[in-house]
Write a protein that binds this ligand. Sequence first.
Ligand code: SOE
Length: 406
Amino acid sequence: MMGEQVIKQRLRVGMVGYAFMGAAHSHAWRTAHRFFDLPLTPELTAICGRNVEAATEAAERMGWASVETDWRELIARDDIDVIDICTPGNTHEEIATAALAAGKHVLCEKPLANSVAEAEQMADAAEAAALRGALAMCGFTYRRTPALTLAKRFVDEGRLGSIRHVRAQYLQDWLSDENAPLTWRLDREKAGSGALGDIGAHSIDLAQWVTGQRIEGVSALTHTFVDERPVGGDFVGLGGHGDAANAEKGPVTVDDAALFSASFSGGAIGIFEATRYALGRKNAMRLEINGSLGSVSFDFEESNVLNYYDSRDDAEAIGFRRIIVTEPEHPYVGNWWPTGHGLGYEHGFTHQVVDLVTDIAAGRQPSPSFAEAAQVQQVLHAVERSASSDSQWQALETDRTEGGAQ
Ligand code: SOE
C-alpha cells in the first residue's frame, strides 16, 4: 500500500507589502516547510498592495494565490490565519492592532513602530490577543543567523564569563552618493527615523538578545550629512542615482548616522554605530562581545563565520578561532547543505518562519515578542532624546520587559 501521506493543516498567510521585505518574506513562506519539518504548512493565500497592477505582478512573481488592495479587507477574510506586515513603519500600529483584534496571528517587520506610543499600543494589543490565542512576533531576523544563534549559546553556556563590552556597528553605504534619490526611508513621517531605527534597531535587539542584558541608559549623537536629495531618479536597490542636473529636491528629515554609548542591566557597557555612509561597507552588521573568559566577534559580510576567543586555551595555541558555522551540530544549518556550503541573507527570514510556525502550532509566545520590540523602541527614543538634548544621559522611562519578562 502506498505510504500514508500525512496531510498537515495549512497556515494561511496574508502579506501586506511587496517590496524588498515582501520578497524576502515570500521566499521564507514558500521555502520553510520544504527544508524543515513544520507542524503546519504555510500557504501564500493573499498579498495586499494599494496598486492593483503592481500587487498582481508581485503575486505572480512571488507565488501568492490572490490579491487585495485594502488591508482591512485582507484582515476581514476568514481564510487568513496570519497577517505579515512588510510596509513602512507608519502603517504598523494600525494594521497590527486591527489584525490582532480580528484574531489573526501577526508577524511585523522591524522596527515595531515609529514611536514609543505606537509600540506600547501594539505590545498591549499583543498581550490581550495572546489570551485569545492570537500570537505576535517582530521581524528581527539577524537573531536567526546561525553564527549569531551560536554566539548566544556560547554566552548562555558561560563560555565568555561575565560580559563587559558590547561593540555593535551596522555599516552600509547606499547613501554615500549625495545624488541618491529621496525615498520613504528618508522621510520621518513614513520611516520614523533614519539609520537609527532602520539598522540601529537590529544592533540593539541583537546586543540585548545575545548578552541577555537590557540597555538601561544611553548617551547619543545623531547626524544628517546630506539634508536634501533629488526627488525621483532611477531607484536601484536601497539607493540609486538621482538626476542631479535639474531634479527637484526634497528635504531629508531623518538621521543619516547615529552613534551612542549604552549601559546594560548586567553591568556591561556598549558602543553602537549605525550609518548609511560607511563607503565600501555594504551590509556590515557587526557585533563583538568581550567577557571575562572569552570573546566573540561577527560581521554579516562573512555571515557563516563566528570568531571565538577562549582565554583558557593553551598559550602556544591561543587566539581567535574562525568557526565556519555550517556543521550539522550548529543552529538551523543541518536542514540545509553539507558542511562548508554556507547560508545567506534570506535564510534568517526562513528560520524566522520556522520558529513562528512552530510557536503558533504549540500556542507558545514567539520571540522577539512585541513587548521585546517595544523595549527596543524605548532605546531608540532614548537615543533621539539624548541626541536632541543637552543632557548627557537618558534613562529609559519604562521597560515592560524588566525582570526578563518576554
Ligand atoms: C536597509 O537598511 C535594510 O534593508 C534594512 O531595512 C533591513 O532590515 C536589513 O536587514 C538590511 O538593510
